[in-house]
Write a protein that binds this ligand. Structure first.
Ligand code: HEC
Length: 145
């Protein structure tokens, strides 16, 4: 079994980090200025992170979030780093994430707010296990214990 999963893990890690470095190195000559420019998606992700960090604090302080940040819908369209493409897995995780995040702002939900928040963060993590494992330890810190 090990031999089946090994190449997969290596591939995932490669897809997220090594290729990026490689691309940056090969493009170095022509692209000195925007070498470290993050992709639209990376920027969106960082915004989502900061937003959910604040949301966590608010929820712990007993504040009820009211307005779903429409900006998050850009997850469907934001440009990825050039070595990545949107496959079906990515699309379904995007949908799941948006659904779960919207639930956090649903005033009629019977599910406890902490649970709904943690479900949304769980989907961040699930997508990252398939796409980009690097930020997972950081994302895990968002979970409300
Ligand atoms: C549908 C899949 C998916 C979901 C859901 C998702 N991410 Fe990501 N995330 C990615 C991908 C792909 C990248 C790499 C983007 C790139 O390099 O273009 C990324 C990158 C990141 C990064 C690194 C950005 C950088 O500076 O390179 C952080 C932090 C991050 N995500 C946090 C989150 C958080 C927090 C959530 C949930 C609120 C989340 N992600 C939900 C796929 C996802």
């Amino acid at each position: 079994m090990k031999s089946i999963f090994y190449p997969l893990i290596v591939f995932i890690l490669f897809a997220c980090h090594d290729k990026k470095d490689q691309a940056q190195t090969t493009e170095k000559a022509e692209k000195v200025y925007d070498m470290y420019t993050p992709s639209e998606m990376a920027n969106l992700m960082n915004e989502m992170y900061t937003y959910n960090e604040q949301l966590k604090k608010d929820i712990i302080d007993g504040k009820i979030p009211t307005e779903f940040p429409e900006k998050f819908l850009n997850i469907h369209t934001a440009q990825l780093s050039d070595f990545k493409s949107r496959n079906e897995t990515f699309k379904s995780f995007s949908n799941l994430y948006i659904q779960a995040e919207k639930e956090v702002f649903n005033p009629n939900s019977k599910v406890p707010l902490e649970t709904r928040f943690n479900t949304a963060i769980g989907i961040c993590i699930s997508c990252h296990t398939t796409e980009c494992t690097g930020p997972i330890p950081r994302i895990k810190k968002l979970i409300i214990k």
